[in-house]
Write a protein that binds this ligand. Structure first.
Ligand SMILES: C[S@@+](CC[C@H](N)C(=O)[O-])C[C@H]1O[C@@H](n2cnc3c(N)ncnc32)[C@H](O)[C@@H]1O
Length: 378
């Protein structure tokens, strides 16, 4: 038995009393209540881990959409509405009810998706839209098996080595935030909106599926845009997105690394949530310095972070440190140089980096709970 700090005796695992204390054991006293509180918190965390996949499944099967459009529904009604097996609908609904994502009425056997949850789970145009975040998390966790070996060897796992959920989840997570903030807040905040309205040339570096490139092209018809990314499959999707949006006459895409994309004399260079994924962000910064017009602006958007670890010990920081460990840091380490800035590098580290590349002006221009926007000039 282990003696607790309150002097009572307790086991060290739920429902058992293993003999972990020995005569003369000088280990720390164990507070049994604190131990059990941690065990139950862990149960909740495992429930949350499984819920990430449940959200992705519910999104794909149209469960949230059906509840939003036709709820309250019984499990049988949800199954019919979505053309799915009733057993899956029942268990999924009960998991959602236990997690307080839907409400359950025992009187009617019906489940309701509250209106606010419906916005977050079904409205792709809302900055609160969540399935993309869950999708990239599920895709990231699916690839986590490679991390221990990479950590032992000090090697990386490239962005291109990940599955579809990482690439599409990334687009679906970031696009709503860009849609809400990019044109009306971030570009004016870095002083680039007037030039874009008049007609500017823009390079969007590490553009992925081109969500930001296409949004800017739609908003500024007098300007021209050049998106680039080292990941060929992402560039293929980006080209298709530009065609779908009807902007492909003013948007070009190129498979190219950030330290070697084409063109010069750009009025604006943008980098959205990509600098920290690069193996050589300093090389990228030097290339941007070379290809930017003298009075041009580099807008760097990075995950929201403070400079010190303790600034980031919050739910957003927890999520980003998780992505950093499993996705972004391995991505950087997989490339030449492998600087591994980390998803939560913070503005001071980024300033230091861009100044090393020759830029002299740096300013934090805007922020949201998820992103920090930085204005960088020569
Ligand atoms: C988190 S994603 C962001 C994608 C996109 N900017 C967005 O906001 O949706 C990071 C992107 O950086 C790209 N990337 C990583 N290293 C790169 C490099 N060295 N050169 C160009 N792109 C790179 C990845 O391929 C990926 O598309």
């Amino acid at each position: 038995m282990t003696t607790t700090s309150t002097g009572t005796s307790t086991g060290t695992s739920p429902g058992a009393s293993p003999d972990s204390g020995h005569p003369g054991d000088t280990g720390p006293a164990i507070d049994g209540d604190r131990l059990m509180a941690f065990v139950f918190r862990a149960v909740d965390e495992v429930g949350a881990t499984l819920n990430a996949a449940l959200v992705v499944v519910g999104d794909e099967l149209g469960y949230y959409r059906a509840l939003a459009d036709s709820g309250p529904l019984t499990a049988a009604e949800l199954a019919v509405a979505t053309g799915t097996d009733a057993h899956y609908a029942r268990e999924w609904l009960n998991a959602q009810a236990a997690g307080s994502i839907v409400d359950y009425d025992p009187g009617t056997g019906r489940y309701t998706l509250p209106a606010e949850h419906a916005v977050a789970l079904t409205d792709e145009s809302s900055p609160a839209f969540l399935p993309g975040l869950f999708q990239i998390a599920v895709g990231t966790v699916a690839g986590a098996g490679r991390v221990p070996d990479a950590a032992r060897r000090g090697t990386g796992v490239g962005w291109h080595e990940h599955n579809r959920d990482v690439h599409h989840g990334c687009e679906r997570f970031f696009r709503p935030g860009y849609h809400a903030h990019l044109v009306d807040e971030w570009l004016p905040a870095v002083g680039a909106a007037d030039a874009l309205r008049a007609g500017a040339s823009v390079a969007d570096v590490g553009c992925g599926h081109g969500a930001s490139t296409v949004l800017m092209a739609q908003a500024f018809p007098a300007s021209r845009f050049h998106g680039s990314d080292y990941h060929a499959e992402s560039i293929e999707v980006a080209r298709a997105r530009a065609v779908e949006a009807g902007v492909s006459d003013r948007v070009t895409f190129e498979v190219a690394p950030a330290d070697g994309f084409g063109g010069s004399g750009y009025d604006l260079v943008t980098t959205f949530d990509a600098l920290h994924d690069m193996g050589d962000p300093l090389g990228a910064a030097r290339h941007v310095h070379e290809v930017l017009a003298d009075d041009g602006t580099w807008m760097v958007v990075e995950p929201m972070a403070g400079d010190r670890v303790e600034d980031n010990l919050n739910p957003v920081g927890r999520t980003y440190y998780g992505f950093s460990t499993l996705l972004c840091t391995p991505a950087s380490l997989s490339q030449d140089v492998g600087l591994a800035l980390g998803t939560q590098a913070g503005p001071a580290r980024i300033r230091e980096l861009v100044e090393a590349a020759g830029f002299t002006r740096f300013r934090s221009a805007a922020e949201t709970p998820f992103n920090r926007v930085m204005e960088i000039r020569r």
